[in-house]
Design a protein around this ligand. Structure first.
Ligand SMILES: O=P(O)(O)OC[C@H]1O[C@H](OP(=O)(O)OP(=O)(O)O)[C@H](O)[C@@H]1O
Ligand SMILES: Nc1nc2[nH]cnc2c(=O)[nH]1
Length: 211
């Protein structure tokens, strides 16, 4: 039986706030690459917490990777969040603009890859391997100097044996960061996936205004 773990927007905001200090201490990113769709919201929240008073906003680029096929809920009238089944291969739905101007912004930088959940690690392995390859190719083609470093940040890491692997140096040097470790057999339900939206606070305000 898969245990569902529900997280709220507020909990995610707090996780990002807590993690930002550690990310700044360990890595000082110049740029984030969010893995869509789940990495977009955490990356945007992190950007506010990573900004230093007189420093620039850290730009966010996006890639789209898909590993899981959505299953319809067993009872279509039930507004539940469907648990999904693992796919077998990673599909690119969106990738970096590989033109030399865009790629030159990545070479020699500290790049933080952001996703919401590390389950089998297949997606992260794909993202890190492919991004390293593309940035290195761009560095050579453009004749640029400078080492590009990658780090990974996820909100939740599932405590289970992983199918995918990250570079040894990344793990050893603390460039893999997870805000929380959750049980390996759980399914994390994120607020942006919810189909049933509650309007409690709006109702409360309306009630207060009308009485
Ligand atoms: O560690 P893994 O087993 O590779 O699984 C993690 C990936 O699965 C989910 O993506 P999904 O393909 O469901 O796309 P989504 O982010 O658009 O929901 C999630 O966003 C991660 O990217
Ligand atoms: N929403 C969601 N997507 C996933 N992809 C892989 N594992 C998970 C999970 O626990 N929750």
């Amino acid at each position: 039986m898969v245990e569902k773990v529900y997280v709220t927007y507020n909990e995610i905001h707090k996780l990002c706030q807590k993690s930002a200090e550690e990310i700044l201490n360990r890595f000082q990113p110049n740029l984030m690459i969010a893995i869509g769709g789940g990495g977009y919201v955490p990356a945007r929240i992190l950007r506010s917490f990573l900004k230093r008073p007189s420093g620039p906003n850290i730009p966010i680029q996006a890639i789209g990777l898909s590993l899981y096929e959505s299953l319809p809920p067993s009872d279509p009238s039930a507004p539940s969040t469907p648990v999904e089944t693992p796919g077998t291969k990673v599909t690119r739905t969106q990738w970096l603009d590989l033109s030399s101007l865009s790629m030159s912004n990545l070479v020699g930088k500290n790049i933080l890859i952001v996703d919401e959940v590390d389950d089998t690690r297949t997606t992260l392995q794909y993202a890190v391997t492919e991004l390293e390859k593309d940035v290195e190719e761009a560095r050579k083609n453009l004749g640029l100097e400078g080492e590009t470093k990658f780090a990974v940040y996820v909100l939740h890491n599932k405590n289970k044996p992983k199918k995918g692997h990250l570079p040894e140096a990344m793990v050893k040097e603390g460039r893999y960061m997870a805000a929380e470790t959750v049980p390996g057999n759980c399914w994390v339900c994120y607020p942006w996936e919810a189909l049933l939206v509650l309007y409690e606070s709006t109702l409360l305000v309306r009630t207060m205004l009308t009485v």
